[in-house]
Design a protein around this ligand. Structure first.
Ligand SMILES: [Fe+2]
Ligand SMILES: [Fe+2]
Length: 153
């Protein structure tokens, strides 16, 4: 099984994403080292975190009209669905299947972070509204205004 581990190769130089990714690695590592008795709860924590993590990235992509948003948002949805299936399996006592899924998630996470998330981080670093952290805090509304109408001659 591939055990997740933080590495600087995962750093994207966009602190709001890096912080969330560190939290993901911590929670997945905890699930991967959990005893059978602890695994269902540890997996539930991974799923809860991931829903927030993906939701925040989806929100950034939509708010900033990120060009590759569709594919990235779809990947999030597919993976989150699989993790929910894992939660049902964990609660049904199918722990080997959940442990296998955890290893696959670790592999997927490294690839996803270094490809789609890296592209999003680059985009966010260039996004003027994110520089002051407005987009980094999902509870606050974005500071961009709607485009002004064209003046009629
Ligand atoms: Fe991410
Ligand atoms: Fe992502």
């Amino acid at each position: 099984m591939n055990i997740v581990e933080w590495s600087d190769a995962l750093l994207l130089d966009f602190e709001p994403m890096d912080a969330v990714h560190r939290e993901f690695v911590d929670l997945l590592a905890r699930a991967q080292s959990a005893s059978d008795a602890e695994l269902p709860e540890a997996w539930a924590a991974v799923v809860e975190h991931t829903a927030t993590h993906f939701g925040r990235e989806d929100q950034w992509m939509r708010k900033t009209r990120f060009s590759s948003a569709e594919n990235h948002i779809l990947q999030h949805r597919v993976v989150l669905n699989v993790l929910h299936e894992g939660l049902a399996m964990a609660r049904a006592g199918q722990l080997d299947a959940v442990r296998e899924m955890a290893g696959e998630l670790a592999t997927w996470f490294a690839k996803h972070t270094q490809s789609l998330d890296a592209a999003l981080a680059l985009h966010m670093r260039r996004e003027p509204a994110s520089a002051g952290g407005a987009l980094a805090r999902p509870s606050r509304p974005a500071t961009r205004h709607a485009p002004l109408p064209h003046a009629s001659a």
